[in-house]
Ligand binder design. Sequence first.
Ligand code: PMP
Length: 288
Amino acid sequence: MSLIYIDGEYVPAENAAVSVFDHGFLYGDGVFEGIRAYGGRVFRLEDHVRRLFDSAQAIMLCIPLSQEEMALAIRDTLRKNNLRDAYVRPIVTRGYGDLGLDPLKCRKPTVIIVAVEWGAMYGSLYEVGLTAISVSVRRNAPDALPPNIKSLNYLNNILAKIEANVKGGNEAIILDSQGRISEGSGDNIFVIKNKKVYTPHTLNNLKGITREAVFELAEKNGIEVIETDLGLFDLYTGDEVFVTGTAAEVAPVTKIDGRIIGSGKPGPITKELMVAFRELAMSSGTPI
Ligand code: PMP
């Protein structure tokens, strides 16, 4: 039986519950992270904790733990569940309030940490590549709900995923309201053209921690990465396309909106980065 951290206590999963008056439940008022542990070490733990606190800061949510305490609680949750290879989900909500949306009515944030076993998200698709679909729903505008806040309000991403599902895709490609590539429903997007790697700036998407790791790996392997505005044309005509995320890791995309990308198989640079990412994940991180 897995143990869930709730406000400093470890509760068996079957009894782990939050109030129906919790504003995380009522309004998606809260923030979260998705983190992986590989071989007993937590990948980029400090970066994830910092992003959680940055998301909280942006919505004026005061997390009742220090960053160090949060990192410890995350490692503790893994330890208590005897997990070495796992996915961890810290969640901080505005807490218990009334049925009105006013956060001033919420006295104390709720802190939850869930840790589970979860293998690579796309299974056999890492071999053949994902089919992606550009969706009609636009990414939340940065001046409405900044995509850099990893908030509990994921309905925009879910609408994109629904549309990709309906249209037979494995992942959505979301554009911003100007038609620029934003990101996938839960990952960042890269395109390779003439041996150079391109990816959008992070104003209209989440600044991914896997994205950052891929920048470092590319640089180490002598591959140039350029942050720039991209459109669907750039993806359709790319030599290779891949997505990055904690859950997805590095995953090739071989078809977009019916267009075969490059050779139609995961390309050499994507494969090189997939291997390099695995090696990095297995050989770094904070011990549990
Ligand atoms: N974009 C979105 C919308 C996401 O939910 C995620 C997953 N956290 C990412 C990008 C990738 O970020 P990371 O590499 O930090 O997991």
